[in-house]
Design a protein around this ligand. Structure first.
Ligand code: IMP
Ligand code: MG
Length: 187
């Protein structure tokens, strides 16, 4: 029972957050992306591969907006230290549970920043003999790109600010926000 007069602290209205993309904007853009993907992949049984953890909310909303026969998988990847990050070397922490040979793959990612993680992952999936590998990204910070990554389906282009929410974190915090916000002061 809540104590009368004692306000619950709200994570979602934390004063360190500045709204960038509202829940309504996210959901309506996802409906459009889902409809477009359904048209493009009708009768191809695509495999959606979500990149953990950031893409978890995007993945769960996006797949409900794609009204065709499809499958889902998850991968977890992490960059090595800063020195190897620039070389684009990443580590697979959790791999797929199924072979991708001959499959039409749609990688689902939260944000493309430098592009190092995605350029490695897309090449890795192609080398396993996928029939096609395309990318769905919710956010694109194009200004920061170091490696060219073609985004086949994009939610929103954003400026070069550190954002959190809707799966994206700062030190594992804020993934649960239903909207995207700029973190004003990384503490
Ligand atoms: P990239 O290899 O530099 O493109 O890094 C992509 C990954 O870095 C994303 O999947 C995110 O996990 C993380 N990232 C990049 N920018 C942001 C941000 O603004 N907020 C939170 N995470 C970010
Ligand atoms: Mg990520």
């Amino acid at each position: 029972m809540a104590t009368p007069g004692l306000q619950m602290p709200s994570e979602f209205s934390n004063s360190n957050l500045e709204l960038l993309i509202s829940e309504e904007q996210i959901q309506s853009r996802i409906k459009e992306l889902g409809a477009q993907i359904a048209r493009d992949y009708a009768s191809r049984n695509p495999l959606l591969i979500g990149v953990l953890k950031g893409a978890c909310l995007f993945m769960s909303d996006l797949m409900r907006a794609i009204d065709i026969h499809l499958g889902i998988e998850f991968m977890a990847i992490s960059s090595y230290g800063m020195s190897t990050r620039t070389s684009g070397e990443v580590r697979i922490l959790k791999d797929l549970g199924v072979p991708v040979e001959g499959r039409d793959i749609l990688v689902v990612e939260d944000i493309v920043d430098t592009g190092l993680t995605l350029s490695y992952l897309l090449a890795n999936l192609k080398s396993r003999g996928a029939a096609s590998v395309k990318l769905v990204a919710l956010l694109d910070k194009a200004e920061r790109r170091e490696r060219e990554v073609p985004i086949d389906y994009l939610g929103f282009q954003i400026p070069d600010n550190f954002v959190v929410g809707y799966g994206l974190d700062f030190a594992e915090r804020y993934r649960n926000l239903p909207f995207i916000a700029v973190l004003k002061n990384p503490e």
